[in-house]
Design a protein around this ligand. Structure first.
Ligand code: ZN
Length: 306
């Protein structure tokens, strides 16, 4: 009888501690979801958690067929003991090791809040504002309105801390924004159900991803819903790949650039692990977003790698 252990180690994105789970032991993780082949990799997404005395740290990790962690989809912490001492501590800001939220021209503040899991993602938030406090005040307003009205206006308006908020709500989530350019209201309105619904109910969307999405929406009011959906559901935006087929990169770039000229700019750095997909989307300019997505889909569909 052989005892095969398949230990997968990951670095908790909340506290930096090394933790592990066993992909052959379903008690060691919370859930798993198969993912399609991606740039030659066969991938599975695991939801895992470890506890500290005060908190439970959740991570969603993307693991390849050898049991190696290739990417993180989210990470957040949940208090293990709710003291009930102060309502202000009910919402915590989802932390990540990425850049801080980058402002846009037309939006002063944008927060995505979970009503049941008590996190807030500061999509766009000036450093002078306290996202957790704002989330608590916004949620209080929303709960109050649910008591008063039989149906909610979408968006509802509220005046909080001297600012005019537009607030959309779903069963589990709240999006609140403060606009500098009021024309953006109808545009955001058309995308809000996607922002609420994409990516899976248990996933905390990453700040950097939502920030990119808000930049794109602001610059491309006519963005198709399917493109937004593809960006938000892309599992490996943050992964550095470094394909084992390095010697084939020049010919792959040559062949694919006939059909997708953007390949000359981004494909070699992506395949060599010098650029992540989200870096490519952030740098190519908003008019080329769809070209990059089409290029990656083409490579995957044709199984050009692996
Ligand atoms: Zn941790």
């Amino acid at each position: 009888m052989s005892l095969v252990r398949n230990t997968t180690e990951y670095k908790c994105k909340v506290c930096g501690r090394l933790a592990e789970f066993d992909i052959t032991d379903e008690k060691s993780y919370i859930s798993k979801k198969e993912h399609d082949n991606f740039l030659g990799l066969t991938l599975t997404i695991y939801r895992v958690a470890h506890d500290t005395p005060e908190e439970r740290h959740h991570n969603s990790v993307v693991v390849d067929h050898t049991g190696l962690v290739r990417d993180y989809r989210d990470a957040y912490s949940e208090p293990l003991h709710t003291t009930g001492a102060s309502i202000d501590f009910r919402y915590w800001v989802y932390q990540e090791d990425a850049i801080s939220s980058c402002p846009t021209n037309g939006i002063e503040l944008a927060l995505l809040i979970s009503r049941d899991q008590h996190w807030v993602v500061d999509i766009i938030c000036p450093p002078t504002m306290n996202a957790s406090e704002i989330a608590t005040l916004v949620v209080d307003k929303v709960e109050e309105s649910y008591k008063v009205y039989t149906s909610m206006l979408q968006p509802m308006e509220a005046h909080i801390g001297g600012l005019d908020f537009h607030i959309w709500t779903s069963h589990t989530r709240i999006l609140c924004v403060v606009l500098k350019n009021q024309k953006l209201l109808s545009i955001l309105n058309s995308f809000v159900s996607q922002i609420f619904g994409e990516g899976g109910a248990d996933l905390v969307p990453r700040r950097r991803l939502l920030n990119l999405v808000f930049h794109i929406i602001e610059k491309n009011p006519n963005l198709s819903h399917s493109v937004l959906s593809r960006i938000m559901n892309e599992n490996l935006l943050f992964t550095k790949f470094q394909t084992p087929f390095e010697d084939r990169i020049p010919s792959i770039v040559e062949r694919t650039s006939v059909r997708f000229p953007i390949a000359r700019e981004v494909l070699a750095p992506i395949l060599r692990g010098h650029m992540t997909l989200i870096e490519a989307l952030e740098t190519v300019g908003h008019s080329h977003i769809q070209d990059v997505l089409d290029l990656i889909e083409f490579i995957n569909r044709r199984r050009i790698l692996g």
